[in-house]
Design a protein around this ligand. Structure first.
Ligand code: FAD
Length: 464
C-alpha cells in the first residue's frame, strides 16, 4: 500500500515531517493540488500563486532524485480537493501525511478529507511543525496563551534552551515508483517567475545560510533602513514552506552560536523576529475569531472609519504626497515585497492619517504580497492599528516625514521608487513640496498634524 504526502505549506524536501515519516513507513508518492479559486477567495497575490506553481515544478525534479513521484493536480476550490482524493482512493493507499494549516477554511477542508479517508480505512497523519514550537505548547501559568509578546518570548527561549530545535534530514531515496495514471487535470505551470525569487531548494538554503554567516551580524543596526540590503528576504519562502523556521533557527545556531546569548546582538534580534512569527500563529490558534478579521481589542469595533475611496486609491497607488509612503507602496506594487519598517509606516498612515479601516489595508497587502501570510499580516495590521494583542498604543502615531528622515536619511530608497523626486536634494526629499513644482509629484493628500488630532478623537470616542 502507498503512503501519500499531501504538500500544502511545506514545499520542501529537507525538514519535511510529512515526507520524512511517510517514507519511513513505505513506498511514497507526493500530491499537490492547486486551488486557484480558493486562493482568490483568500486574496492570495498572483505573484505568490506563481511562486507556488514554480516551486512545485522545481520540486517535482527534486523529489525525483529520491524516487518520489509528485502528482501535481489543477483543482479549483477546496471542494475540488475531495474529488481528487475520491479518485486517489482507487489506488491502494495506507495513509495520507500532511503538515497542519491553522486557518479556518483549511481546517474545514482537512476535516472533510480526513472523514472521507476514514470511511475507506486510510490513516490520516498530520504534523504540527509549522512553528518553532507548536501552538498551545507555550503557555502562561494557567495554561492560556500570552497576550503580550515579551513573556511569550521569554518562555519560548527557555523551552528552546532546554530542548533545542530539531531538524529532519532529506529522506534517503526509495526505489523508483511510477505513478499509475489518473484522470485528473495536470497543474498549470507558472506563467512567469521573477528572477528575484529563485525556487530551487539548494539556492534558497544557500541564501539563508549566507545571511546567517555574514549579514546577521549587522541586522540589529541596519534592519530598519530600507535602502540597505540588511534583512534576510526569506519571508516568501517561509510563507510557502520552501524553508522551515526550524531550519533558520538551526542554521543561526550553527553560524552564530556565540552571538545568540547576547540579547542585543544581530543574531538574537533576528531570532526574536522569528519568534514574532510563532507568536502571531499561536495567537491565531488561541483566538480563532481573528480569522474573521475581528479586532482583538473589542472597543475598536466602534471606531468610525472613513470610507473615502479616493484616499484609499491614492494610498494603494503610491500617490499620497508623502514620499516614503509612496516609495513603499510602489515597492509593493512593483516587486510584491515591502521592507518591514515601511510596512509599519504605510499601515500607520492608512489608519492614523487617512482614518481608513485597517482591514482595507490588510486585504490590499494580501492581494499584493509574495510573502502574504494570514497570521503575520493580520498581526502586523492589528499592531499598527492599535487593535491587536500587544499592539502599539493608539496615541503613538508615526509621523511619516520624521520616519523618512530617520530611516531613509539620504533619500536613496525614495529616489529608487519615486523617480519624480530623483533630483531633489536629500534635505528636502522627505517633504519636497516647496521645491517640487516641476516634478509632477502629487500634493500631500492630508495634513498630518490635523489627521493626528482626528485619530486621537476617533479612538477616544470609540473607548467612551
Ligand atoms: P527578516 O527581518 O529577515 O526576518 C526574518 C523572518 O522573521 C521573516 O521572514 C518573517 O518570517 C519573520 N518576521 C519578521 N518580522 C516579523 C513580524 N513583525 N511578524 C511576523 N513575522 C516576522 N510577514 C510575512 O511573512 N507575511 C505577511 O503577510 C506580513 N505582513 C505584514 C504586515 C504588516 C502591516 C507588518 C507591519 C508586517 C508584516 N509582516 C509580514 C512582517 C514583516 O514585515 C516581514 O516578515 C518581513 O519584512 C519579511 O522580510 P525578511 O524576510 O527580510 O525579514
Amino acid at each position: 500500500a502507498l503512503q501519500v504526502v499531501w504538500l500544502r505549506s511545506d514545499l520542501r524536501c529537507y525538514d519535511n515531517a510529512a515526507l520524512f515519516e511517510a517514507m519511513q513507513q513505505g513506498p511514497t508518492i507526493a500530491l499537490f493540488i492547486a486551488t486557484p479559486k480558493s486562493w482568490q477567495q483568500h486574496d492570495m497575490a498572483p505573484v505568490k500563486q506563481q511562486l507556488i506553481r514554480g516551486r512545485i515544478e522545481q520540486m517535482t525534479q527534486e523529489l525525483t532524485t529520491i524516487g518520489v513521484p509528485l502528482l501535481a493536480v489543477e483543482g479549483s476550490d477546496y471542494d475540488s480537493v475531495l474529488t481528487v482524493f475520491t479518485q486517489l482512493l482507487s489506488f491502494n493507499i495506507a495513509a495520507v501525511h500532511c503538515e497542519v494549516e491553522y486557518e479556518q477554511r483549511e481546517q474545514q477542508r482537512d476535516a472533510k478529507v480526513q472523514q472521507l479517508l476514514g470511511e475507506h480505512g486510510v490513516k490520516w497523519c498530520r504534523y504540527d511543525r509549522l512553528c518553532g514550537f507548536a501552538p498551545g505548547s507555550i503557555c502562561t501559568g494557567d495554561g492560556g496563551m500570552y497576550k503580550v509578546f515579551t513573556p511569550f518570548k521569554r518562555n519560548w527561549l527557555q523551552r528552546y534552551y532546554q530542548q533545542g530545535m530539531t531538524v529532519l534530514a532529506k529522506p534517503k531515496a526509495q526505489a523508483e515508483l511510477i505513478l499509475p495514471s489518473l484522470d485528473l487535470p495536470v497543474m498549470q505551470p507558472a506563467a512567469e517567475l521573477s528572477s528575484d525569487w529563485p525556487v530551487a531548494e539548494a539556492t534558497v538554503l544557500e541564501r539563508m545560510r549566507d545571511f546567517c554567516q555574514h549579514k546577521v551580524r549587522h541586522y540589529k543596526a541596519e534592519r530598519d533602513f530600507p535602502a540597505i540590503d540588511a534583512t534576510s528576504m526569506i519571508s516568501p519562502y517561509l510563507a510557502i514552506g520552501l524553508l522551515s523556521v526550524r531550519q533558520c533557527i538551526k542554521r543561526l545556531e550553527l553560524e552564530a552560536a556565540g552571538q545568540l546569548q547576547q540579547a542585543d546582538s544581530g543574531a538574537a534580534t533576528w531570532l526574536s523576529e522569528l519568534i514574532w512569527r510563532d507568536f502571531y500563529k499561536h495567537v491565531l490558534v488561541a483566538w480563532p475569531d481573528l480569522i474573521k478579521h475581528q479586532p482583538f481589542q473589542p472597543y475598536t469595533s466602534a471606531i468610525r472609519w472613513s470610507s473615502d475611496e479616493a484616499l484609499f486609491s491614492a494610498w494603494c497607488e503610491g500617490r499620497t504626497g508623502y514620499p516614503l509612503v509612496d516609495a513603499a507602496m510602489r515597492q509593493l506594487n512593483q516587486t510584491g515585497w515591502m521592507h518591514n519598517r515601511l510596512r509599519m509606516v504605510v499601515a500607520s498612515f492608512l489608519v492614523k492619517d487617512l482614518h481608513l479601516d485597517w482591514r482595507w489595508g490588510e486585504r490590499y497587502f494580501m492581494s499584493r504580497l509574495i510573502d502574504g501570510d494570514f497570521a503575520a499580516n493580520n498581526g502586523g495590521w492589528q499592531w499598527a492599528a492599535s487593535t491587536g494583542t500587544d499592539a502599539v498604543p493608539y496615541f503613538r502615531i508615526f509621523n511619516p516625514v520624521t520616519q523618512s528622515k530617520r530611516f531613509d536619511p539620504d533619500g536613496d530608497f525614495i529616489r529608487k521608487f519615486v523617480p519624480e523626486l530623483a533630483n531633489v536634494p536629500a534635505k528636502q526629499i522627505h517633504w519636497p513640496h516647496p521645491v517640487a513644482a516641476g516634478c509632477h509629484y502629487p500634493a500631500a493628500i492630508v495634513d498630518h498634524a490635523i489627521a493626528r488630532q482626528r485619530t486621537l478623537e476617533l479612538y477616544q470616542d470609540a473607548k467612551s
